[in-house]
Design a protein around this ligand. Sequence first.
Ligand code: SAM
Length: 248
Amino acid sequence: MNDQRHDTTDMPTSIGAPQVPLHRRGIKSYVLRAGRMTAAQTRGLEEVWPRLGLTLDDGRQDLDAVFGRQAPRVVEVGFGMGASLIEQAERHPETDFIGIEVHAPGVGKLLDEADKRGLSNLRVYREDALRVLDECLPEASIDTLQLFFPDPWPKKKHHKRRILQPAFVELVRTRLKHGGTLHMATDWENYAEHMAEVMSAAPGFRNVASADTAPYVPRPEFRPLTKFEARGERLGHGVWDLIFERCV
Ligand SMILES: C[S@@+](CC[C@H](N)C(=O)[O-])C[C@H]1O[C@@H](n2cnc3c(N)ncnc32)[C@H](O)[C@@H]1O
């Protein structure tokens, strides 16, 4: 076991005010719901996991060794049932994808689908994404981090549970390569405004939006439609995409 959890020798050099990420403050950005597993999801977790699953106990990863090649790398945080991730991994065999999700049925579903479609460019963590970023992903190792429709925590007293916060953003910055991007999407206007505010104040990031649409970018065609987005559309919600590039 390669446990570097408490090894601070290679902690990221942070810029700006020091921030403590949610997980180190004992706050969770999710609620684990007891959900019934389908046979396919159980098969994914039991039979496919040994091949495509990664754990915190694996410690800091050498991603070239994990995938057996050098390739562009995309990480999706909170992939839900995995629709977007599966579609992208299938469409882009030249890119490696890492999904991180705590919800067991979603992880099982993703694994089952990945196996059925014969995908070898996908790996999965069933863990708190903050710990995975902190403890497992090397610095400057990711080309894109995707955060699609994160839990909005709409009540003001719950805003502290929103995953998109200065400390998370700083952690993401250190894991992105220079020129790598953080791509967010939400159907909650208040969360979109919160994202824009946090990202605009975040050191080391540049908004890629052009002046006529800033702080948002038009919905990129490459982002697959997910269940949450489709639901938002049905409810008449808007959808806001934000893309920021690591520049320091
Ligand atoms: C509102 S859902 C959106 C799912 C998916 N991205 C979509 O668009 O359909 C948010 C997901 O993020 C997951 N999540 C929230 N915080 C997380 C964390 N810290 N680590 C891993 N997953 C997390 C939740 O379990 C949930 O499945």
